[in-house]
Ligand binder design. Sequence first.
Ligand code: GLY
Length: 363
Amino acid sequence: MASITVQLPQKSYEIAIASGHLDQLGRKMESLNLGKKVLLVSNPEIFAHYGERAIISLQEAGFDVSDCILPSGEEYKTPQNLNCIYDAALAHRLERSSTIVALGGGVVGDMTGFAAATWLRGLNVVQVPTSLLAMVDAAIGGKTGVNHPQGKNLIGAFHQPRLVLIDPEVLKTLPLREFRGGMAEVIKYGVIWDAELFFQMENSQSLDDINNLTPGLLEEILIKSCQSKAHVVAKDEKESGLRAILNYGHTIGHAVESLTGYTAVTHGEAVSIGMVAASGLALELGMWDEQSDRRQLVLIEKASLPTKLPDGLDIDDILVSLQTDKKVKAGKVRFVLPTGIGSVTVTDKVSQDVLRRVLLRIS
Ligand code: GLY
């Protein structure tokens, strides 16, 4: 279906998108001349669905495979649970030329990437994302890490994969809530970068179920989102500038996730709430208009994503939590705010009064 290259000065890599591609995993990795030892990391649900196919594909290509199963859920994305991967790496005697394959969603991908970045000071990692969110965002670009109780992804490293292999067929078993969470990141690309993708989503009757998308839209969503991400990462691999735009909706989103213990709302739901808040801030600051705010809201509602803060969340706690955000610079929280459909800007000129007013409006 598509092959997109993430062009990087050190090691460029392919995002390969095709139905049925899971069975090509071994063949694709063989062509990268990687060492023969592979550790496959997954979670119980994904491993039950797709583990055997991935392992057979790897073994048929001559790889010596062992596996490691992580518990499912963002609340388990902790430094302690990395030991599961490190122990398996030790038991399987992984070497510097070995590869850890992440077969799963964002949690599996982030933890596996971080383990690969740190074990023996760096092994190869291949990302095989199985959720929409991981396909369009988390698996691409080399951000890896785990959460700290005080904040999301505070412990992490940049470690680019050698390959991202996307098989859209695996989305058939993705729970509805997770599909919708992935749509939050897709809507994000429409707002920050790709106005055409935004229009295509506006023209779809529904965005809340993979089975209700207009024909061809899923393909467009995957290709266009991956192209946007590849483009931004190629221009600014380590987030010294442009890449910050990918955090649209994530500043308040991360605060919501960490204050609710990573269990009450999914990452995509938190991003959705964060985008509604960012749109409200942009309106207050006169950066964009009511009509654009409305259009974004309609897409978010079409994907059945939340638009309000979870019950019981204290606005003062959100304001404190924002201070631990990775984007804080010289003590000032930086927000990615929309200026039009397909464009955003980064600003630290949001007063506490404006922030409080917008948060009150969505509580
Ligand atoms: N998910 C945001 C980034 O990769 O930069």
